[in-house]
Ligand binder design. Structure first.
Ligand code: SER
Length: 318
């Protein structure tokens, strides 16, 4: 039977790129994009089906799944770390109820496979911050991190109790040019490129030496497709896998950008997001993902920077 895929949160930073990629693999009409909001000029709407969906509307979710006979769900809708701190009730409700509805869809055998992203936000100040192991102390102190850690436990529980085929990776900060990030602590690493090109100056809301795990979007999309394509028996970890890409600080990124834009000036003014960043690891040990499904990142800081600058310049001048 052919697969029909529903992407929930398709207008977001990951969804925008993932829908394009999935449509090229599975065919446009077999990938249903859905989001609470539709972008004004939404290429995803033009290239295939789009359904408006507030994922907290369980009935509508079930209706869409039945209408298209969906077999796989990618659940990307969530409130990210910084936004979640400003609306803790909504963040908890949205992040948890959406996962619980989708896990139930699989338990009740409407769908066969789920992708649900976790995050480096599951770690906290008591976690070893250098080469953070797959299995380690996890005491997150943000609502987002708490929701992701709880979500990981639910995924593993549904897998063990009900044989639900749910797969997950802990995304680091994601950097891409096709879409904007939506309220995370690592967003500076995208904004900086736009400001460098437009104004030759950027004020970072994280301090200069705040090193965080990051990943270029092409690697993140590939990790997502690879874990979903892997043979089920190989996916030994059903909570979520550590995956690593790059690790850099605002200062290191600024230095790299200066190689292309010598007049670029970086300023620093930390805000409430600094404390969130300070609770997260600096880099990640992803050897379990390598061992189980052969995960390897491929884009380094130089390649990412030149690709971002090239494409954003094009976007801005078009
Ligand atoms: N990029 C995310 C955030 O900053 C991490 O999952 O919230």
């Amino acid at each position: 039977m052919k697969d029909t895929i529903l992407v929930i949160g398709s207008s977001g930073q990951i969804g925008t790129e993932l829908v394009n990629e999935l449509r090229s693999v599975y065919g446009n009409s077999n990938v249903i994009a859905s989001d609470i909001r539709q972008k004004k000029s939404d290429i995803l709407v033009e290239s295939g089906p789009f359904e408006p969906l507030d994922v907290m509307d369980k009935e509508l979710l079930y209706k869409i799944v039945k209408k298209y006979q969906v077999t796989q769900v990618y659940l990307l809708a969530a409130l990210l770390s910084a936004k979640a701190e400003q609306n803790i009730e909504l963040a908890w409700k949205l992040n948890m109820s959406s996962l619980s509805y989708v896990l139930d869809l699989a338990k009740e055998k409407y769908i066969k496979k789920i992708f649900w992203p976790s995050s480096i936000a599951v770690f906290g100040t008591t976690t070893p911050s250098i080469m953070t192991p797959q299995h380690t102390i996890m005491e997150p102190n943000t609502v987002y991190g708490i929701s992701k850690l709880a979500g990981e436990r639910w995924c593993e529980y549904y897998h063990q109790k009900f044989k639900v085929d749910v797969r997950s990776v802990r995304y680091p900060g994601l950097i891409g040019w096709r879409s904007q990030p939506g309220g995370g602590t690592t967003d500076y690493a995208v904004h900086i490129f736009y400001e460098a090109i437009k104004n030759k100056s950027y004020t970072s809301f994280l301090s200069e030496n705040t090193t965080l795990p990051m990943m270029y979007m092409s690697d993140a999309i590939r990790a997502t497709l690879e874990i979903m394509d892997a043979v089920a028996e190989h996916i030994k970890i059903r909570s979520s896998y550590n995956i690593a890409g790059l690790s850099f600080s605002p200062k290191e990124l600024a230095q790299e950008i200066k190689r292309y834009i010598p007049k670029f000036e970086m300023h620093y003014k930390s805000d409430y997001r600094q404390a969130i960043a300070d609770s997260w690891p600096q880099n990640i040990d992803d050897s379990s993902a390598f061992k189980d499904w052969n995960w390897k990142s491929s884009v380094n800081l130089q390649e990412m920077t030149s690709d971002m600058l090239k494409n954003i310049k094009k976007l801005i001048t078009e």
